[in-house]
Design a protein around this ligand. Sequence first.
Ligand code: NAD
Ligand code: UD1
Length: 345
Amino acid sequence: MPTVTAMRVLVSGGAGYIGSHTVVQLVAAGHDVVVVDNFANSNPTVVNRLEALTGQHLPLHAFDLRDVDKTEHLFAHDRIDAVVHFAGFKAVGESVELPLEYYENNLGATFSLVRAMQRHNVDKLVFSSSATVYGAEAPVPMTEALPTSATNPYGWTKVMIEQVLRDVAAARPSWRIALLRYFNPVGAHPSGTIGEDPADIPNNLMPYIAQVAVGRRDKLRVFGNDYDTPDGTGVRDYIHVEDLAAGHVAALAKLTTTDASVSTWNLGTGHGTSVMDLLHAFERAVGHELPYEVVGRRAGDIAASYADPSLAQKELGWKAVRTIDDMCVDTWRWQRQNPDGYPSA
Ligand code: NAD
Ligand code: UD1
């Protein structure tokens, strides 16, 4: 790992699922953390739990990043060195229903943030991109060199923001930007006090299985078992959110030493796991079988997606180390301790 230069880091979306886990690791690495979140998809309780986990007071700014005056005020009154930018909407299906809201929020929050950074000479940015930018036709394992595209408005916001940030870096040579393309983040902090808390019926596999296990859903519906994969069910690269958080700490450190103005890194394990494999691993964590039913394919799904993570390993000295069983055990601890998620604020 590169040597860590302690920085004052603004974490946008720091109360969200990945942001909260990253806050804990940024503090552990010696950084001062400031959080901005409007709780559009999170709960203020998270910040109390983060303070308990880190033993530190975390300055919190509760506002919408699209508010340019408040964003400007934040940068004018605090000496921010770097930004880790998680804030955005992330539900694929919802983005198809509400495209304008997705473009406005994801692009608007980024414009406001980057403008304030420019005005205050803050030139280090880590951005949450997604493997979704590889589109529907990419060969596996996916490398950073593949062309980008998207199949839904959410995915387009990631493709577009990546392009905006490349253009900003080209215009301002001092900037150092990391575009982190996450594969499928799952798992929870080993304390079981923070984790993923979907606002509605989960769309994603792991939180759905966890809610079946805790009795909130009657059974898992497996979306198709006729894919060209070893057991016919969809294959994905699940990555423990703790490994993902460590990837952000490593990427931020790298921005202080690299000569590259923009760096793009896949954050995945490089291993594919099928729906049935994940279900069985969760059953091992819980200690009994879980009900499921095979139904038709979900529109827009691809057979297999997994990373070639070798660039991040080579350039960041970072590697995902946690297993599928670790991911299930930690998800189950979080779900068991918080059957209904975070208490309402
Ligand atoms: P999340 O919804 O849990 O966290 C996002 C946070 O941003 C929330 O706390 C939300 O309240 C906040 N937010 C949204 N819009 C805001 C705004 N305009 N101003 C201030 N705060 C705002 O999502 P997550 O799973 O933690 O994802 C974090 C980032 O990683 C997102 O950009 C997402 O697109 C990206 N990503 C997530 C996944 C995944 O599967 N979870 C995969 C790839 C990429
Ligand atoms: C989803 C998003 C993708 C995003 C990724 C991040 C969609 C269409 N795509 O992808 O843009 O980057 O999350 O984590 O939402 N499955 C079931 N039953 C369920 C839920 C899922 O069988 O109830 C299957 C899916 O068909 C898929 C696998 O489980 O094969 C994983 O699904 P999911 O967790 O939704 O992730 P992605 O499809 O990779």
